[in-house]
Structure formats: structure tokens, C-alpha cells
Design a protein around this ligand. Structure first.
Ligand code: NDP
Length: 298
């Protein structure tokens, strides 16, 4: 058996098209052009690539894009002052502070300073609390992307036995809550879990968000299960040449594809959904902040 590939790239493209339609509708009906401010501190090359992609895709969706690049030695006070300025700026609907921040800055303090109505990363405790309550709010982007892809593959998630491996604030925890809000029966696993393979074999849906290359083996999976692989791990790839690397997920794809019913590839699965969900959150925030109905598709 060979699993169906869940094409995150194609799904993200559809979501971005829906966001562009929603943005056009907000403009036409209310004269509102949503705006996303991206803040980048320091010169981490990967973060520069992420932010450049976000800025480009924001503009492509018809939104305003504001970029703030600050030097690595920016003080916490100066970053807080910028966040306050963006909170007060009516043209800014979403504020994204690219993580990780330099070590001398307390990232929790920065996240707490962002107006929850503009917290398009969904990391502020107020938005985290709304997920716990099962109420609408701004949902973290990667977890939202996981749920959209699981629904793409499985349809209604009601009653599905789901296993989420990983309990980070960024991914595992919100994924588990979102799946529960979709009426899945959710088990959360982590580094102290006993018999992870046994739990995995019972699950109709496995979401792996661990950060350990190829940890989930093919024989851990229930035949026909849906597998959402969040992991992004860079490993040596001597077959591509000396010193070369490639990306692999937390799931052993070659093994899993023979057992699963559907599976996300790495890259090209969950990854592309993250920015698309960020754009959707910005359009949503623009509507919610003004008391307007959230346009369809976001
Ligand atoms: P964290 O390191 O914050 O969390 C990892 C989680 O995995 C922890 O809860 C940890 O358990 C658990 N864990 C570690 N080892 C094991 C083990 N042997 N068995 C079971 N559970 C284990 O990582 P993140 O959640 O931030 O990210 C996870 C992965 O997702 C990474 O590869 C990351 O690169 C990727 N990622 C991808 C994104 C995207 O596609 N856009 C976005 C964000 C992340 P414990 O709590 O007990 O320590």
C-alpha cells in the first residue's frame, strides 16, 4: 500500500487565494486594507528568509506589508517601544515578531506586550486562553495548518482517535486543543510517555511535532492512519555531496508511506501552511478589530 500524499503546497495556495478574495471583499465593502507588520531582530539567516517570504506573500494577497529590521543589539526597551507603536498604529492589523529573539531579550515579555487583537501568531495568553475555552480567536499558524491538512485528508474529525506527539506551547499543545475542539479524542505524548509506539498504533491520526529526525517508524502506525509530520530537521546528505544537508521530518517517510492512508511530505506538507495561516489571521484580525464580519474563507 502507498499512502496518499497530503499536498500542503497546493492547500496553502488555495488558502492564500481565499485570503486574497477576503482582502478584496474587505476593501470593497469597508475600505479596509489589512496590514501586517513583521519585526526582525538580528541577522539569523533562516529568519531573514522566513520574513522575506512573509513580506512577499502579504503583498501578493493584497495586504499592506510593513517591515522592521532591527540590529542584533537592539535593547528590550526599544523593541517594546516599537511593539507599542505598532499596537497604536491603525494601519497595522497584525504584528509578527520573528522568533527566536536574541538572548538578552525576554521573548515572553515581548509576546505579552502585543495587542491580543493584533497577535496574528496566536501566542498571547489571551488567544491561548480562547483556544482552551473553545471560543473564536487568533489561532497559532502551524497548529491551524495541521488541522486544515488533517481535515483535508480525513474530512470531519469528530470521534477520530488522535495522537499528538510533542507538547510545546508553539505546536503540540495548541494542536491537541484544536483537535479536541473538532471533537477528536486526543492523546498527548511527550518525552516521558511510556510505550509511544503502542499509543501510535491505536491512532487514526498522528501529529508528530518532536524535532527528532525519523523518530516515528512505519511499524508504529495503524494501517490507513493519517500522518501529519510537523518536524523540520536538517540532516547530513552525503549522497548530495560533501557537507550537503537535506530536510527530513519526525516521521520515517519511506516506511510510513507504505502503511499510512495519507501523509504530509517534508518539505511541502505543514511548512507552506504556516505563512498561509498567518495571512488568513491578518485578514481575520482586520475584520474582528473593527467589529466587521470575518470574510468567508479565512
Ligand atoms: P520543542 O522542542 O519545543 O518540543 C518538542 C516536544 O517533543 C516536547 O514536548 C518534548 O517533550 C517532545 N519530545 C522530545 N523527545 C521526545 C521523545 N523521544 N518522545 C516523545 N516526545 C518527545 O519543539 P517544537 O514543538 O517547537 O517543534 C517540533 C518540530 O516541529 C521541530 O522539528 C520544529 O522544527 C518543527 N516546527 C515546524 C514548523 C513549521 O512547519 N512551520 C513550525 C514550528 C516547529 P517534553 O515536553 O517532555 O520535553
Amino acid at each position: 500500500m502507498s499512502a496518499t500524499l497530503i499536498d500542503g503546497k497546493a492547500r496553502a495556495e488555495r488558502l492564500r487565494a481565499d485570503v486574497a478574495t477576503a482582502v478584496a471583499a474587505l476593501k470593497a465593502a469597508h475600505g479596509v486594507q489589512p496590514g501586517l507588520a513583521a519585526v526582525l531582530v538580528g541577522d539569523d539567516p533562516a529568519s531573514h528568509v522566513y520574513v522575506a517570504n512573509k513580506v512577499r506573500q502579504t503583498a501578493e494577497a493584497g495586504m499592506q506589508s510593513f517591515e522592521h529590521r532591527l540590529p542584533a543589539d537592539t535593547s528590550e526597551a526599544d523593541l517594546l517601544a516599537l511593539v507599542e507603536k505598532l499596537n497604536a498604529d491603525e494601519t497595522v492589523d497584525g504584528i509578527l515578531v520573528q522568533m527566536p529573539l536574541p538572548k538578552h531579550i525576554d521573548s515572553d515579555r515581548i509576546v505579552m506586550a502585543i495587542d491580543p487583537a493584533k497577535d496574528v501568531d496566536g501566542l498571547h495568553p489571551q488567544n491561548a486562553g480562547l483556544i482552551v475555552l473553545g471560543r473564536p480567536g487568533l489561532v497559532p499558524c502551524t497548529p491551524q495548518g495541521c488541522v486544515i491538512l488533517a481535515e483535508e485528508a480525513m474530512g470531519d474529525l469528530s470521534g477520530v482517535d488522535a495522537l499528538v506527539i510533542g507538547r510545546s506551547i508553539l505546536v503540540g499543545k495548541p494542536v491537541a486543543l484544536l483537535l479536541q475542539n473538532k471533537n477528536a479524542t486526543v492523546t498527548m505524548a511527550h518525552s516521558r510517555t511510556r510505550d509511544l509506539a503502542g499509543l501510535c498504533r491505536k491512532a487514526d491520526l498522528v501529529v508528530a511535532a518532536v524535532g527528532r529526525p525519523k523518530m516515528v517508524r512505519g511499524d508504529w502506525l495503524k494501517p490507513g492512519a493519517c500522518v501529519i509530520d510537523v518536524g523540520i530537521n536538517r540532516v547530513p546528505a552525503p549522497e548530495k555531496g560533501e557537507g550537503k544537508t537535506r530536510l527530513v521530518g519526525d516521521v520515517d517517510f519511506a516506511e510510513a508511506v507504505e502503511v499510512a492512508g495519507s501523509i504530509t511530505p517534508v518539505p511541502g506538507g505543514v511548512g507552506p501552511m504556516t505563512i498561509a495561516c498567518l495571512l488568513a489571521n491578518t485578514a481575520k484580525a482586520a475584520a474582528l478589530r473593527r467589529g466587521l464580519p470575518v470574510p468567508a474563507g479565512v
